[in-house]
Design a protein around this ligand. Structure first.
Ligand code: IDP
Ligand code: MG
Length: 167
């Protein structure tokens, strides 16, 4: 297997249930390297582009609200990039199936996920499906300078954008 990167999101239910430590411990079994991490307040636009492949599904709206934290009073997710051999396959295997009731009971989703009465699969984490999806998703969630290795080709841009600085 080749070295590749995968995007992990600890979704708002994972944060609210205080599962960050458990999830990171489980993922450490992969021996992959964490090359980026941050907390993100998820805009509707970001959620919609992230889940663009579900746009025609009846649960699309609820999945956006879920990722934005509207069901959990936690308007944030933890985003991480894991890097190494077979990163997506290894992390998805630990995550378990999309439907938490069908997921292996000892997988992360099988252990901690649920289907809500609204029908949303609250499955605690996101893992990119494969290297190609991972590239699209990592570029969506992270800037090159937020990742400590060079994953993809970059260009230099001159920005004049205002930003906050410490007083
Ligand atoms: P994945 O997260 O395992 O890659 P996707 O098909 O990409 O699965 O779906 C993205 C997310 O949308 C899932 O993690 C889950 O939260 C939600 N979802 C997917 N399919 C369903 C469904 O049939 N009903 C309700 N929610 C779903
Ligand atoms: Mg997916």
């Amino acid at each position: 297997m080749e070295n590749e990167a995968t995007l992990i999101l600890i979704k708002p239910d994972g944060l609210k249930k205080s599962l960050t430590g458990n999830i990171l411990t489980r993922l450490s079994e992969t021996k992959l390297e964490i090359v980026a991490s941050k907390m993100v307040r998820v805009s509707r636009e970001l959620a919609a582009v992230h889940y663009q492949h579900l746009a025609d599904k009846p649960f699309f709206e609820d999945v956006l609200k879920y990722l934005m934290g509207e069901f959990h009073d936690r308007r944030k997710v933890m985003a991480l990039v894991y890097w190494g051999e077979g990163a997506s396959v290894k992390c998805r295997s630990l995550a378990g199936s999309t439907n938490p009731e069908e997921a292996d009971p000892v997988s992360i989703r099988g252990s901690y996920g649920r289907i809500t009465t609204r029908g949303v699969y609250e499955n605690v984490i996101h893992v990119s499906a494969h290297a190609q999806d991972a590239e699209r998703e990592i570029k969506l969630w992270f800037d090159p300078d937020e990742i400590i290795v060079n994953l993809f080709p970059t260009r230099t841009v001159v920005e004049t954008k205002e930003k906050r600085a410490w007083l």
